[in-house]
Each structure stands twice: as C-alpha cells, then as structure tokens.
Ligand binder design. Sequence first.
Ligand code: HEM
Length: 477
Amino acid sequence: KKLPPGPTSLPLIGNIHQLVYYIWRERGVVRAFTYFRKTYGDVFTLWFGPIPHVSICDYETSQEVFVKNGNKYKDRFLPPVFAHVSDNLGLVSANGEVWAEMRRFTLLAFRNMGVGRDLMEERILDELDARCAEIDADAVNGKTIVHTSDFFDLTVGSVINNTLVGKRFDAHNKQEFLELKALMESTADLFSIFDLSLPVWIMKTFFPNRYSRIIEVQQKVLNFVSREAMERYNKWKSGEYTVNSEDPQDFVEAYLAKMEQEEKNGESSLYTMECLKHVIGDLWFAGQDTTSTTLVSGFNQLVNHPEVMEKCKKELMRLTENGSRPLRLKDRAESQYLNAVIAEIQRHASILSVNFWRINHEPTVVKGYPVDSGSVITAQLGALHVNNDIFKNAHEFYPDRFIENEKLLNQVIPFGIGKRSCVGENIARSEMYLMIGNLILRYDIKAHGSLPSTDDKLPYSAGKLPDKTMKLEFVRL
Ligand code: HEM
C-alpha cells in the first residue's frame, strides 16, 4: 500500500501495540499523536488492525485535503455497529444521498430560523435572561453559588430544545431534561472498543444479549428525544394541527413543511419520520454536550486567569456603554479581546482528542504522499491545536497570542473542516459569544472554594473531559 510514513506495523494487529505503548508513555492520546507528528511529520499513518488510518496534524494540509478536495472525503468511516444502528439515517452517521439532503436541509432550516442573526440571538438572550433571573433570585447577601456544569448543561440544552421542538426547559420541566441527558449519557457507556471493532453478524451470533441491549437503548433514546415531533406529526395527520410552511417556528415545523411539500409533489421522499428521529437525535447529541463542555472548560480557565476576565470586562463595558445594554452579535467586529479569549478557550477545550474518520474511495495525494484507496483519513484537531510550532507555549492559556498574530485565529478549527464540518457551528459560536460575554458583563465571577483543574480528566480516551466539579460564585454588578 502507498501511504504516508508511520511506525512499522505487524500483521493482524498493525500498530495497535505501539499506539497503546505511546499513549501510556506520553500519558495521553493527544500527546501520543504529538509524538508521532514530531517523529514522522505532520501527516502519518497508523494501522488499526488491517485498516490504515492517516492522521493530518496541520491546518494547511487539512485545508488542502478537506476543503479544496473535499468531495473525495465526504463519507464517514463508521464502526460496523454504528452503521448498523443508524441505518444510514440522520446526519452524523449517514453517508451518500441521505446525508447530503439532510445536511442541506438542516443548514437551510437553521438559516431561515435566523441562526447567526437576530432571531437566534433573541432565543439565546431570552434563555440567558431567564437563567440569570434564577441566579439573582437565589442570591444570599448578593452572592449566588452555581454548579457550573449543571448551569451550562441546562442553558444549552434549553436553547437546542427550543430550536428543535420549540420548548425550553425551566424549573417546572427540568426533570424532563435530566431524563434526556441521562439517556444520552447511557449510550456513551454502551460501546466498548471491543463492540466497535466487531462485525455485526459476529455480535448477533455470539453476543446476542449485548447486541439487543445496544439496539434497545438506541431506540429508547431516539423515541424519547423525538416524542414531541411524533406527537405533532400525529396531530398534523389527524388535522388537529396546521403546519406554518411560510414561517416555521422550529426545526420540526420546517421538516413537516418539507414533508407536506414532497407529499403534494407525489414523489418518493427521503423525508420520513424515522429519518427525522435520527436527525433530531444527532442534533441533540452533537449539540448539547459539546457546547456545554466547552463553556465549562472555558470558565475553568477564566477563574484561573482573573486578569483575562478583567480585561474582557473592560472591553465589554466600553462596547455596551457601561453595561447599559446586553452584548449582541453585532459587537463581534469590535470585541477583539473577547474573540481572542473564545478562540483560546476552544483551542484548549478542543473536545475531540480523536476526530471522526473519513474514508477515501480513490487513490489520492496528501502533502506529497500518495495514499491508496480504502484508507481512513482525518484532521487530528486535538494534536493540531497543541502544535508548539504554531501556538508558542501551547499549554499556556494566553488569549493575547491572537491579538499579536490575528492569522492564528484561522488555525483554530474546533468545528472540523470541509464537507463534514459541524452544522451547528453558527449556533455554538452565537451561544458561546453571548453567554460568556454577557455573564462577564453582568457579574463578578469567581470559583467557589478551590480553583478547578484545567487538565483533561480523560487523557486516555477519544474525547476530552474538563473538571466538572467546579462551582461558581456570581455577584451581580
Ligand atoms: C462548541 C460546540 C461544538 C463543537 C466543538 C463541535 C464540533 C464538531 C466536530 C469536530 C464535528 C466533526 C467534524 C468532522 O467530522 O470533521 C462536528 C460535527 C457535527 N456537529 Fe458539532 N460541534 C459543536 C456544536 C454543535 C451544535 C450546537 C450542533 C447542533 C445544533 C452540532 C451538530 C453537529 C452535527 C449534526 C455534526 C455532523 C455533521 C455531518 O456529519 O455532516 N454541533 N461538530
């Protein structure tokens, strides 16, 4: 096989033994990738059993491969059990026509719902106002103590739910959110490395109980997350509810409007309720924990760097005439320091230590190396964000690096790159800007008790996890 360089592989197991060894020696997955990058260059190959995985650890090559030649790398490479469970429906785990159609539709629906602009801004600010009212009501001697992770989980979950099915979570239906969150988390414990590598027929034949449990939990999650969409669909079919196709108020209404239109045209359609269940599940799953985790990781950094928060506050006070109005998305052009702080938060949070894989169906060339078809390829975002050649003293939390060199901002790509990059990027960027900015503007914020750790709590796994034990003290200004 023609492939970029990498450690010598063994038959059957490939480089798995070296990978395990270097993850252990370097004390983490991202550090092991950094070791391979330094040894073999920005593009290297690791064989996971019989399949070669090409990792790209620099921005320029990622841009060349996934943007300029993006059409060649559109398909996700999925563990067999994932492909089986998703049945090629939805967004994250679908490929081909279904994925392309659902992605196009989702981006259009988000745009029509005002994502990145005024309408979405209102939704986020309303949510934040409601949560801040709770903080203020709970204040004792002017101070409120809040569990950071619970706070952002609910705030972000509420924005997503409101966008998807038009319902926010508050004190009355918080239990519903907690149930959904617990269900989502139960799927994370469902798959071991072992399950991910087995062909489905082996699983069905030799581990039928495990197989049934995976299917059962997946169905339970999808049914729960899409229950309101199903209710509305049934009401629409029985004539109890009319779809507002001119101005859909949420994602489900936009989808039902599309179904109605396709039904009228009398063509066979990809827009089925089964597919909607998967799309909603994917948007919920990919959108809630990612954003909330980034915000928690960000506030862990901020309370450890009060001087950064102070500098932000000064900038935001100036932009909002001393806090007499909320910070808005239109302020982004003027808030260079807050923009730099968010970029530095995302660079450190960089939630995927191992990014999703794509498959190349035809022979290509990557950074001058020929790559045969059938390889698996990805931009390793975690390793890319700690590259000391690009981000000097990468381990330091130093937002000013982006003020000193604005071009560095482009090199931070936490939402991935190219055709399969994050569809929720604009929502997440709006949430982070408005939530971080307006909280700093409204409150003096400190850690309650000892300062949180800024280390990754799961360095040996595919995803990063910040210290989620921290509580924040809010004092209204
Ligand atoms: C800070 C928050 C977020 C981060 C860091 C993040 C990061 C990512 C990354 C790295 C990918 C994979 C890109 C690739 O394969 O190259 C992705 C995909 C995706 N994200 Fe996000 N995401 C965030 C928020 C959201 C939100 C708010 C939503 C939904 C509203 C969302 C929905 C999705 C979906 C559906 C995909 C799959 C896209 C596809 O396969 O075409 N994400 N995200």
